[in-house]
Write a protein that binds this ligand. Structure first.
Ligand SMILES: [Zn+2]
Length: 472
């Protein structure tokens, strides 16, 4: 069986077959962060999900190009920039840096490309002009440009591909905000927003005058510029299905008018929401966490990552601090097992065995629309079996090396960093001094050093292969 995924476009699970005739190359676009503040853990659930998809496609032999944009101009950002008195780039750089640091802490691979909206103003304008030429975009007296859903549909396109929309209910007269009074229809959305005093110095020149792009057109322009007018997979959080992704489809298909039945994107995958302590995150409820908040509580990035990928991506997940404590236990079970295997290998390496229960069980689960619950079950079955073999001394160094290679193979997808982090130099010096004291039968000194290490959070375990320093 190959990989099957739930495609939001068809609302069904489909075999994953890339557009590349050789079936190798896969282009992925994931809507990235809006860098107006520190991202919260709900945002990160989507990015960790995208990271697992990308890693699993690589594991399945595809040659992946993973694009994730940075939204560095948008209404909220402009408001904050004006409040801060900084320039747009000064303001966004700080949060962008923090975002990538957090992404790394969570064990995510860097996307292959990270386009910034402000660096794609040229392609954005080009795309809007195409829509104008196709009779789907219109400009208003103030120099803004809108997308006409009516004209798009009259040209034979479908608006409402990702979810069924009742367009008759989207009547004019409702929710018409002041700055959009010139729209032909209330459902139309802005492609280009003319400069207003509140924009401060954030504006670009365009054929329609000074202004800035709408959020939706940024993603259409960046994705098509880097992955082509038709690409394989678009990811994002489910809150982006409408209107953001629906509008991306309309803009991209409206501009390119695919006559050959080709779509802007073949597969759409959406990650579900994250609740915290059973409720939607909110600052007033005290359940609003950034990754930094959790690190300050003594958790680490891999525990947070593990928890985020312990549930199926299409299920709403309830993130709790108790569960995060449970993640610590799960991680230490894996750590113990892999550390013992490491010791037994005595430096030997081996090739992974694809039809081993671990790799085949994991692959079968993940092929089924990334069924991570079943995948983790395969992992913990393996931990239990391996521990049993370790206790009964049923593993020689070659077998241990193979088990470890199997684990590393599937961990290329799970991305759980090893806890066997190297102890700092001063800790290793103390460990050596203790070893020397033991050899000299100075047990008082050796015990004293052991206590000193314990004070600093390190334990010495005496193994048949010599002492091993690990975190207490
Ligand atoms: Zn987007």
């Amino acid at each position: 069986m190959g990989l099957n995924v739930f495609n939001t476009l068809s609302r069904s699970v489909e075999p994953f077959v890339p557009l590349d005739p050789d079936g190798k190359k896969v282009g992925i676009y994931c809507c990235g962060p809006t860098v107006h503040d520190f991202a919260h853990i709900g945002n990160f659930r989507t990015f960790v999900f995208a990271d697992v998809v990308r890693r699993y496609l690589t594991f399945r032999g595809f040659n992946v190009n993973h694009v994730m944009n940075i939204t560095d101009v948008e209404d909220k950002i402009i408001r904050r920039v004006n409040e801060s008195g900084k320039s747009l780039s000064e303001y966004t750089n700080e949060f962008e840096k923090a975002f990538f640091k957090d992404l790394k802490t969570l064990g995510c691979l860097m996307p292959d490309e990270q386009p910034h909206a402000t660096k794609f103003i040229g392609p954005i304008i080009k795309l809007i002009k195409k829509l104008e030429k196709n009779g789907i975009a219109y400009s208003t007296g103030d120099g803004s440009v809108y997308f006409s859903i009516e004209k798009y549909r009259k040209a034979g396109n479908q608006y409402g591909q990702l979810l069924n929309l009742n367009l008759d209910e989207m009547r004019p007269g409702e929710r018409v905000s002041n700055d959009e009074y010139e729209k032909e229809s209330v459902a139309d959305f802005a492609l280009w927003k003319s400069r207003v005093p509140e924009d401060g110095e954030v504006f670009w020149n365009s054929p329609w005058g000074e202004g800035r792009p709408g959020w939706h057109i940024e993603c259409s322009a960046m994705s098509m510029e880097l992955l082509g007018p038709s690409f394989d997979l678009h990811l994002g959080g489910e809150d982006l299905v409408f209107p953001h992704h629906e509008d991306e489809i309309a803009q991209s298909e409206g501009a390119c008018m695919h006559s050959n039945g080709k779509k802007f994107v073949k597969y759409w995958m959406h990650g579900a929401h994250l609740l915290v302590e059973g409720k939607k995150m909110s600052k007033s409820l005290g359940n609003f966490f950034t990754l930094r908040d959790l690190l300050a509580k003594g958790f680490d990035g891999r525990e947070v990552r593990y928890l985020m990928i312990s549930a199926h991506y299409r299920e709403t997940f309830n993130f709790t601090l108790d569960n995060l404590e449970g993640a610590k236990t799960a991680m230490s079970r894996i750590d113990e097992c892999t550390a013992k295997l490491h010791e037994l290998t005595l430096g030997q390496t081996a090739e992974p065995v694809n039809d081993s229960p671990l790799i085949s069980g994991f692959t079968e689960a993940m092929d089924n629309d990334l069924n991570v619950s079943a995948a983790w079950a395969a992992v913990f079955d393996w931990v239990r079996d391996t521990n049993r073999k370790l206790t009964s001394s049923g593993l020689d160094s070659a077998a241990a090396a193979t088990e470890l290679a199997n684990w590393e193979q599937i961990n290329s997808v799970l991305g759980i960093k090893s806890r066997e982090a190297k102890a700092p130099a001063e800790i290793l010096v103390l460990a050596e001094q203790r070893q020397a004291a033991r050899k000299a039968k100075d047990f008082a000194r050796s015990d004293q050093i052991r206590d000193e290490l314990a004070n600093q959070g390190w334990i010495i375990e005496d193994t048949p292969n010599g002492p091993r320093v690990k975190r207490g």
